[in-house]
Design a protein around this ligand. Sequence first.
Ligand code: ARG
Ligand code: ZN
Length: 842
Amino acid sequence: TPVRLADYRPSPWRIDRVALQFRLAPRGTTVTARLEISSAPGGEDLRLDGEGLRLLSLRLDGRALDLRPDDRGLTIPAADLPQGAFTLESVVEIDPADNTALEGLYMSKGMYCTQCEAEGFRKITFYPDRPDVMAPFDVTIESDLPVLLSNGNPAGQGRWTDPWPKPAYLFALVAGDLIAHSARFTTASGRGVDLNIWVRQCDEDHCAYAMDSLIRSMRWDEQVYGREYDLDVFNIVAVDDFNMGAMENKGLNIFNSRYVLASPETATDDDYARIEAIIAHEYFHNWTGNRITCRDWFQLCLKEGLTVYRDQQFSGDMRSHAVKRIEDVLMLRARQFREDAGPLAHPVRPESYVEINNFYTATVYEKGAEVIGMLRRLVGDDGYAKALDLYFARHDGEAATIEDWLAVFEEATGRDLAQFKRWYSEAGTPRVRVTEQYEAGHLTLHLEQINPPTPGQPRKSPKVIPIAVGLLSPEGREVLPTTVLELTGAQQAFSFDGLEARPVVSILRGFSAPVILERAVGAAERAFLLEHDTDPFNRWEAGRALAKDLLARMVTDGTDPGPDWMTAMEAVTFDDGLEPAFRALVLRLPSEDDMAQTLHAAGHVPDPAAIHTARRRMQAVLANGLAARLPDLLAALDDPGPYTPDAAAAGRRALRMAALSLLSRVDGGAAARATFTTADNMTVEVGALACLLEIGAGDEELTRFATRWGEDRLVMDKWFTLQILHAAPETVAERTEALTGHADFDMRNPNRFRAIFGALAANHAGFHHADGASYRLLADWLIRLDALNPQTAARMSTAFDSWSRMDVDRQDMIRGELTRIRATPGLSRDLGEMTERMLGGA
Ligand code: ARG
Ligand code: ZN
């Protein structure tokens, strides 16, 4: 049965203090929990959550209680409860070695670790496992292992005390044979903080970049948000088996090792950028998430949307705002727009769920961040700063709601946000239709917004949409700098006077709102904006839109792109006045999935095979057109010096790999082969290998790669991914299946499972091959994985969420697989809810 936002009731119980004692053993860990509880005056039963716990004893103020838990917890009848405060002590036994779900307390390569968000603490002990119950925790850990960690400040070997009241989902424990990469940080007000990144022995020399990122994050949050760290130590632990990216447990962040460990030889530039972003993200949660937490899980976007917004700002400040914005929008469209367009569409603040883990989505995270970006544009930088100061001052130590969040903006700025709030409650991507009229120095933009129906939400009302526009003269001069139009009605017109000539309109600059623009723009105008727009995002967007228009024509009527496109692409590719990273982004053609989404939105039934063929053809056209000048470009970009992970160097490598990929299409892979052989860093090594695989070569290089990196699990994940991602469509299922038989495939490791099946789903033409073999293979493995790890199985099942845009044959095949999964005996709540929702649209 679903949980509903409308049913929220404050907890009748307060926990004033928690003392936990762990006696660690792989097959029988005992957990003793002493809870100091203040009773409700209402005379209600006390309900504690608990799952998979063997209850050994239960005492209330020292007196034994003989109660039996049910499947989901324990009820202590009101009649057994004293008036006023009391102490409840439970002893339970759990089996961390058998915990393959990686939720609660589990083991990974001999190390104990925890993951409690969202509802994993109930797999550790009986407790009111809800975020609005906050308490200070003391923890004692007994074990022979040398390193014993928990939240807060150290209080002796294996003892920790966390002075900051926190919800149970922020609890963490780690025990293992680990070593620390350490540093020291002094906060703005002079508090000394010990920083440690804990890893296994062999990974010690892979921690420097994560540490550097942490220190920069701590400084940045002081300087930009005025937020200081609040404990004497900050610990980060890297673990190999982890369902998500990382977790912001108070003072003890736990990370998937792929988002901590890096060296030039083993990590790519993208890996470095992600490590920087995720280290920052988890650190920023200390204020937006931990000091101010969520009242209930419906408010998840309160912490996640804001923290994503903050980490995006940080990465922009550290690197390039233009490039970061383009990358974020690419991601938003690929994942969130896709989610919004299918059966899994849900509001940024959902109103009901069966399994909350299914709502850690692109909508909650990335659209949640977009909503904050819009809010900031509407109230301005000063308004935003004032509102955030008020938010921290007013809600520190509280479990807050979206209403609380919007109220600080209303009070700080005087703006009424009642209509804006619809961004939180209504799912779906708005479409904004734009037409323009020009007459004698006078321009009118007619804007119309269309809010399409989504599951459970047939009708919607107009939203507040900030639309940033600028106007350019026909010579490419900016005649109107960026101005924000506020579209609030279903239709609205905006006028501009005193123009000397008909201007070129640059609309939705910086992607000022997560909407789909519908506007008929000719190729010449797009090429003009690609050349002249002063807004870097829109400059890229113009090239992108042009490529999409042309690719759509290639798919639907087989027409090759004309010489204008080549001229524009050539101009950007070889323009040394532009950032190399930007040029690399312009060279990246729209993905097949993106094209399928776009064609579907335009009323076509996309054919994955036709899209694949057309896109390859377009790449060949581009390669041939640029071929003569590529060797010089490659030579100019060849960095002789030692590898550095900074944005400028990474941008040069990105352009170099984009050029190499094109050249490979005309030189049979000769340059890529040489590059692979001499590569001294993973970005170039893996980049060159991908170039070869793309042209159907690279078998020998794959073998050499495996020989070189067979012992490095993170690098081997890349090896698995690459050969599936770049395989020809008709070979993908077979190749994937063969790799599941490889000695190094371990379905219990989520990174490895994702390396293989994430790649299968990402190979658009291969996954959607007409023989249905990939669909069957993924379904088989989701069923297998679900028995071990429901959370990761449910997440991977979203590969099927695009079924409704397919032709009837593919729709039937996908529905068949989803129906087969749903009928599996003992299916988890996680995967059950996902298949139900995906089939619900049928
Ligand atoms: N709060 C974590 C983060 O964004 C993610 C934890 C997700 N956990 C889960 N069970 N879905 O940084
Ligand atoms: Zn987060």
